[in-house]
Design a binder for this molecule. Sequence first.
Ligand code: MG
Length: 388
Amino acid sequence: MTAKNLVLLGATGSIGENALRIVQAHPDRLKLLAIAGKRRWKPLAKIAKDFAVKHVGIFDDDALAEARASGEFAADTVFYAGLEGLEELACLPEADMVADAVVGTLSLKPALAALNCGKDLALASKEILVMAGKFVTAKAREKNVRILPMDSEHNAIFQCLHGEKMEHVEKLILTASGGPFRDYTAAQMETVTLEAALKHPNWDMGPKVTIDSSTMANKGLEVIEAHWLFGKGREAIDVVVHPQSIVHSMVRYVDGSVLAHLSPPIMTFAIQHALLYPERAAGVDAPCDFTQALQLDFRPPDYGRFPCLRLAMEAMAAEGVAPAVFNASNEVAVDAFVAGKIGYCDIAKTIEATLEAIPAQDPDSLDDIIAADTEARRLAAEQCQLMV
Ligand code: MG
């Protein structure tokens, strides 16, 4: 067995850290060829040293200059600068797989470059499918390469679909923890503070994802991601609130059978499955232990208290640029909330106003999507100003 040469984009984030644990545990199967980060070069220097990585991408020019001058990287390190640098890394001839663990839409071009160069793409960055799923999935089909989901819900669905016929699938059922406010009343939702929104009961993630999961915008993004990954529409995708986050998602077939994927709420299970696919090997974290009592609860989501989820479902049904507009306006609104400029419930109001202002026409090219994204960011920022 030869080890897969892996390019890891977003190596210093929480997905990246978990991916590194898996690389470390399986040196016979995975070899870290290249790493990239946005601007935190110190952790990149440590990773480069620990894993003997020669190819290092740093998006931010100032951070790259500091890294070069620091003397903390080996003398033979090859640095890659900016977005073009990330695209170059994604196409390194020795690379077998590119793992995209970048939060946000920054990695759209590098991910497309990886697919275009015939690399399998292990994908955690949901925003790029939400924004440009039409073009990303078309590119994967054209080049006959795989998109392997590292997001737990999509990885669960991917596993539940194994060996089945897509025409036998009736529903993809994404589970959602419901976040820290799942039992709040509508009135309590109005009083949510930044500090409260940054605490997630089950998962340890970055601030953007944590807030998105508290508003359920995160689940909304995942629903749209599922739509693109598995080619199913609004009528065939549902969300169910499952507070324990042990069932990561389910697939119901036309005969009524429901297949589910279970593991403890730790990211390594999904990430390892994607990185090693189609092989399997011992996991790095302990699996579900059925010698102990285990309770699993399920209930339907409340679209009234979680308008971000409703808006995402509507954006998916509207198709065209609407999912990109949802994503962009959500990013702007979350930033404004984190900066203390708008209230918690203003996040959904900002998204709704932006979606209403931009018609959901079908994009002919990536440029159309980028234009809609830019316009959505501008309008959303204007909305946030109005709410001050
Ligand atoms: Mg997820």
